[in-house]
Design a protein around this ligand. Structure first.
Ligand code: UDX
Length: 440
């Protein structure tokens, strides 16, 4: 099929590329000429494992192209995806102005002679946005244009986006119209995954409800972790025991510093705002947010307790990205923590396998911070190692080397990556989350 993706950011670029990979002809549109320029040169503006190769292969195969022209996109694609940002407003509600603008632009490019078009919302949007898109397209499109509107939320995770897109757990198609649904079913035929067909409102709600539930799971285990800590129990064992119940499952029960990233913090806020607008305030989600924010403060208190003060202390910080396998530092707890420590006078040497560049550009980190290319070099002469991101290379670190390089052998593990037995053998003093410390 011929499809167009408007918005070549994380979701747009990765999903467009994967649609091309399964055999569709894809036009990716973006209004940022520099981004399109970069993509035309075969370069990828984001770090996502496997994506660069797929882009190059599909461009070479003639199935993937890039343009700044919405008109070209609307002409070429029988199915047109909207994948533009839906950032939060100061009150937590969603700013839908990019969606509205794109809906208007699509409408103005539609012509009756182009034939039927399906307009699909892939961005995460509040329930009832589909109605607004339909109303806007109807208002701005010329007489005689035929189109359908569909909601098709995206559940990809950064760092494993390609695999999530090619092998999804489920495909959700929200449509109130059979013709549009037929196009979507054909589009997804090459994918081996269950397809759930719903009305548009339900599809829109599935995205916010799913992300909120995952965030709830994280806050739940973090609250349990704090109880474990107070009781001298081990949250890793507790999570394992809870997770063995198939109704609960072990995934997303990793205690740590809480969730960050471009989705969860924003989506939970949005769902709270949506629930309030609909007169059904969702207080439980406010508690999820509160636990999440407290998690970092509790960890910082633990470090303060051992170091007494941050002033004149040198901290080796492992991790800047909001999670492993990404260079994304948006809403990264690692960055927020670095800001607090710097603010209290610490000096930081940070290491991250991918996110040093993005942290320098977007982290707004002011104070005595430098960056090490090598994670071990960050440790030289440091008063403590703080682990903030769950990169696998940190989990398999050579702890003898860590002990040798640190000035004082203190390790604060905000992601429970290290094995307490190994830590003990390396004679490190170790403070994880929700598990007994290894001290002395
Ligand atoms: C999330 C959803 O998983 C995805 O389905 C949706 O489309 C977008 O939002 P993403 O933000 O890429 O994806 O990352 P995810 O792997 O879900 O992690 C989010 C945050 O939660 C990270 O900061 C991570 O460190 C944290 N996390 C995750 C935990 O603290 N514990 C866990 O058990 C899992």
């Amino acid at each position: 099929m011929k499809i167009t993706i408007i918005g070549s950011g994380y979701v747009g670029l990765t999903s467009g590329t994967c649609f091309a990979e399964v055999g569709h002809h894809v036009t990716c549109v973006d209004n940022n000429p520099e981004k399109i320029e970069t993509l035309l040169k075969g370069e990828i503006p984001i770090y996502e494992p496997g994506l660069a190769e797929l882009v190059q292969q599909n461009v070479a195969a003639g199935r993937l192209k890039f343009t700044t022209s919405t008109e070209e996109g609307v002409r070429d694609g029988e199915v047109i995806f909207i994948a533009v940002p839906t950032p939060p407003q100061p009150d937590g509600s969603v700013d839908l102005s990019f969606i509205e603008k794109v809906a208007r632009e699509i409408a103005q490019c539609l012509k009756p002679e182009l034939g039927y078009r399906v307009i699909v919302d892939k961005s995460t949007v509040p329930v009832k946005t589909g109605d607004k898109v339909k109303q806007t397209v109807r208002r701005y499109a010329p007489e005689g244009v035929e189109f359908g509107v569909v909601s098709n939320p995206e559940f990809l995770r950064e760092g494993c986006a390609v695999d999530d897109l090619l092998n999804p757990d489920r495909i959700v198609i929200g449509s109130n119209d059979d013709k549009a649904l037929g196009y979507m079913q054909k589009l997804y035929e090459p994918f081996v995954a269950p397809v759930l067909v719903t009305d548009i409102n339900s599809a829109e709600l599935i995205k916010h409800a799913a992300n909120s539930f995952l965030a709830l799971k994280i806050s739940y285990i973090n609250a349990v972790a704090n109880i474990c800590e107070a009781a001298g129990a081990d949250v890793e064992k507790v999570a394992e025991g809870i997770g063995m119940d198939k109704r609960i499952g072990r995934q997303f029960l990793n205690a740590g510093l809480g969730y960050g990233g471009s989705c969860f913090p924003k989506d939970i806020k949005a769902f709270i705002a949506i629930s309030e607008t609909l007169g059904q305030p969702f207080g439980l989600l406010k508690e999820v947010e509160r636990i999440n924010a407290d998690q970092m403060n509790h960890f910082l208190d633990k470090i303060r307790e051992k170091l007494w003060v941050f002033r004149e202390k040198k901290i080796a910080l492992w991790g800047l990205a909001f999670k492993q396998n990404t260079d994304d530092v948006r809403e990264s707890v690692a960055i927020k923590m670095a800001r607090v420590m710097l603010g209290e006078g610490a000096s930081i040497v940070a290491a991250d396998p991918q996110a040093v560049g993005t942290a320098k550009r977007f982290g707004n980190l002011e104070g005595d911070i430098s960056y090490a290319d090598d994670m071990y070099a960050a440790l030289d002469g440091a008063d403590a190692l703080v682990i903030a991101t769950e990169w696998p290379q940190f989990a398999t670190a050579d702890l003898e080397e860590v002990a040798k390089r640190l000035r004082t052998p203190l390790v604060f593990d905000g992601r429970n990556l290290l094995d307490p037995e190994d830590v003990k053998a390396a004679k490190l003093e170790y403070y994880p989350i929700g598990r007994p410390a290894v001290a002395g």
